[in-house]
Design a protein around this ligand. Structure first.
Ligand code: AMP
Length: 249
């Protein structure tokens, strides 16, 4: 079974984002970029499935600028077999990403597509669900455990009340939650080997997908500054304080 793993190049999770002076978006100039953390988890899961013999090939896909090649090389160094970059300098919204991934899925015919549950830059949490709808496949979102059993996959999901396990018929879409696994680091020999693994480039136009944005960003602003906390000596003092602030009557 072939596995498709979409990986997005995003602002590194350790970087504190800065908003552009004109409020039009986040300033990405000279900012460290990395693979979206949930996608590292998706890739790690795909590699483990291949190591267990449940999958035969892993194809990593990214949609983004030419620099997203670096993200794909990281994916290849971690263990993907080959990579596809759909190049565009435009911002691509989840629906357009899902449409592109559908085309790639039509070409590649994977048994499962494992995505991150969300990209940490836009926090949309939409692409996997939209892709499942476009392909007409079952979906198991927020996976904390993935087990393949013949022609189906059991996905344990983290839901409010605890854990829920759903059985999906393959081909299917899985999106990963934080506790699914701990991704491996790429070793130096594997980073070297990754340089000669196949990476092909395509464009949205070649795939026949219109990526024109459907949304306009009105304004982006920094979160308001938090005030420093204070220490109170007793519960009575806390209640007095809350009354003064009008929080309790
Ligand atoms: P989102 O719906 O934007 O929160 O993204 C959810 C998941 O979709 C991500 O974790 C990735 O697996 C995938 N994804 C979103 N955008 C891209 C992209 N530009 N290239 C590759 N994968 C993407």
């Amino acid at each position: 079974m072939k596995l498709l793993v979409p990986v997005k190049r995003v602002i590194d999770y350790n970087v504190k984002p800065r908003v552009k002076a004109d409020g039009s978006g986040v300033d990405l100039a000279n900012v460290k970029m990395s693979m979206n953390p949930f996608d590292e988890i998706a890739l790690e899961e795909a590699i483990r499935l291949k190591e267990k013999g449940a999958a035969s090939e892993i194809v990593a896909v990214s949609i983004g600028p030419a620099k997203a090649q670096e993200t794909l090389r990281t994916a290849l160094a971690m263990g993907a077999d080959r990579a596809i970059l759909v190049v565009t300098d435009q911002e691509v919204e989840p629906l357009a990403v899902a449409k592109i991934l559908r085309k790639i899925a039509d070409e590649e015919q994977p048994g499962m597509i494992i995505l991150g549950k969300q990209a940490i830059d836009d926090d949309s949490n939409q692409t996997g669900q939209m892709l499942a709808a476009l392909l007409g496949w079952s979906q198991g979102t927020f996976a904390s455990k993935v087990e393949i059993d013949g022609g189906s996959v059991d996905v344990t999901r983290e839901v409010d009340g605890g854990l829920e396990t759903v059985r999906l018929k393959l081909p299917a879409i899985v999106t990963t939650d934080l506790r699914l696994n701990e991704p491996r680091y790429a070793t130096l020999p594997n980073i070297m080997k990754a340089k000669s693994k196949p990476l092909v480039q395509k464009t949205p136009e070649e795939l026949g997908v219109d990526i024109a944005p459907r949304l306009a960003t009105v304004r982006v602003r920094e979160p308001s500054k938090r005030e420093a906390g204070i220490k109170l000596a007793s519960v009575d003092e806390l209640i007095d304080r809350l009354k003064t602030l009008g929080v309790v009557g």
